[in-house]
Design a protein around this ligand. Sequence first.
Ligand code: 9D3
Length: 263
Amino acid sequence: MKFDIVTIFPAMFERPLAEGVIGRAVERGTVDLKVRDLRDFTTDRHRVVDDVPYGGGPGMVLKAEPIFRALDAIEAERGCPAAVILTSPQGIRFTQAEAQRLSRLPHIVLLCGRYEGVDERVRERVTEELSIGDYILSGGELPALVIVDAVARYVPGVVGDERSVAEDSFTRGLLDFPQYTRPAVVELRKAGSADPAAVDITRLAVPDVLLSGNHAEIRRWRKRQAISRTLARRPDLLADAVLDDEERQILRELQDGGDDGRD
Ligand code: 9D3
């Protein structure tokens, strides 16, 4: 799959896209990704990418023409993209379903907006406008990284174990169950609250069921944990969750019991 990212801060993409699962996919060419400096598509001596807003007001607006030239260059070099995405707070919310849909496209361009805004005429060449959530960032660079990461995970061959992509919690609609690894007990030292010389030691044990070797019971415990956590923290997810009979039964029990979902 091909990605082109157009930004005034190309350096923001170097390390994040060179590390981890995405870094390996880029290295192998499973993901063919190019970051383009918007300034390279200016024609003036000072490589100006923004200007004052018509009508007045604070801040600067990203100019349309360098963006159009960048898109023309991408099309000439790499072919017509299937989607041109503008990252912006005015966009519709980027979700897991959107990540899945975009992963089936062969070529995506991401245009990174900045705080002050982008000339409205850029939208003539934009096929979708996406926001990653309701908080203010300084620009669209971090959102573009988020989108590339979430989309590329669905590209065949990017994540080693395809099952972990298919079974991940947002795909199923439940939060993860708690995980533990060795040792079976860890000691937590807290400074004594009254006497600073006193140290009280709490022994934190792994739940017995996970050490029991009873796989049917472990599976059921994990389901219960995942459902109770989702009920406590993200009840909104349960509306669209895909639950089996056993999970629906557990959900009914937890709801009737007025359980607070903490364990
Ligand atoms: C309210 C008026 N605008 C500032 C003059 C708001 C604004 C515009 C652009 C606030 C931040 C930004 C920069 N952010 C993005 O470009 C952005 C973003 C975000 O801030 N939050 C979540 N998703 C995204 S996608 C792009």
